[in-house]
Design a protein around this ligand. Structure first.
Ligand SMILES: [Zn+2]
Length: 291
């Protein structure tokens, strides 16, 4: 009997330990709730975390990112999250006001163009921003380290592939100027691949182009017999359509990734996929020999 009691006690002890450890284990591997400002940190977080986190995108799909103002809904969404990643104070001055512990990803970047805050358009910067995000998550969730490092390695490989494609295709373009009916968001691509970039709107979209600026761009497009002009989805298409009609140039789209269309969002398009689409359109629009 004594033996049975002892055995039963041991058994209960084991069951209790098992339940506690199960409970603990469940807590350790539970979903992370992460808030991100724009689609840039969203796609980086998805690349390194996969489905290990619930991601909340604060700037809703279909919205122009620079015009975003936080709403009571933003604050509510933020409260449900353990971490909040954003790009930079230049682009999102509202981020640190909402959460003083918000984590800025544009730190220790190898490439900096002071006039262009769209830092992720440099593949080297994209890699560092993703590493920054990954390091932060590993610190608070060491149990995810192996998975994150594997994904980070795959992401770096994809950056190398993109660099290879961009540097093999863009030097073969017959036209070297991107006429963009959009904002100054592609300065890094222009610099890295030796292209000229003429944008109608400023880097922060703060100022509408004047009639004189529009007229000058139309004149340049006509004089250079440009067949393709570029625009971006989160912008009212009226101006690009007018310029297209006036010059006969066809419109191709470029994606800044900071703002994402509802369709691209529902399809879960990655940074890698969107940068590849940008390259395809640049190759057509700049009449590159390699496509
Ligand atoms: Zn922008």
């Amino acid at each position: 009997m004594k033996y049975f009691v002892k055995k039963t006690a041991v058994l209960f002890f084991c069951v209790a330990v098992f339940l506690i450890s199960c409970g603990k284990k469940e807590k350790d591997t539970s979903h992370l709730n992460i808030a991100v400002s724009s689609y840039v940190p969203y796609t980086f977080a998805k690349s390194v975390l996969g489905d290990a986190a619930n991601l909340t995108l604060l700037i809703p799909p279909g919205t122009e990112a620079h015009a975003f103002e936080p709403t009571p809904k933003t604050i509510k969404e933020l409260k449900r999250s353990q971490i909040f990643f954003y790009i930079s104070n230049t682009l999102e001055p509202w981020a640190q006001k909402l959460d003083k512990n918000a984590v800025m990803l544009a730190e220790n970047l190898p490439q900096v163009l002071p006039q262009d805050p769209h830092v992720w358009m440099s593949f080297d910067n994209a890699e560092v921003m993703t590493q920054n995000l990954a390091n932060y998550i590993i610190k608070i969730r060491p149990d995810l380290e192996i998975k994150i490092k594997q994904n980070l390695f795959a992401f770096s490989q994809e950056m190398e592939s993109l660099k290879y494609l961009y540097s093999n295709i863009l030097p073969t373009c017959q036209n070297r100027t991107i006429y963009h009916i959009g904002h100054l968001a592609f300065g890094y691509i222009a610099r890295d691949y030796n292209l000229k970039f003429e944008a109608l709107f400023s880097a922060d979209m703060g100022q509408e182009p004047s009639a004189k600026e529009i007229a000058e761009l139309v004149k340049a497009i006509k004089e250079n017999k440009v067949k393709y002009i570029f625009s971006e989805e989160q912008l009212n298409p009226a101006l690009a359509l007018t310029i297209s009609e006036e010059t006969g140039a066809e419109i191709l789209m470029l994606n800044t990734i900071e703002g994402i269309s509802k369709q691209d969002f529902s399809e879960g398009k990655t940074y890698q996929a969107l940068m590849l689409e940008n390259l395809k359109n640049l190759a057509v629009g700049l009449e590159c020999k390699r496509q």
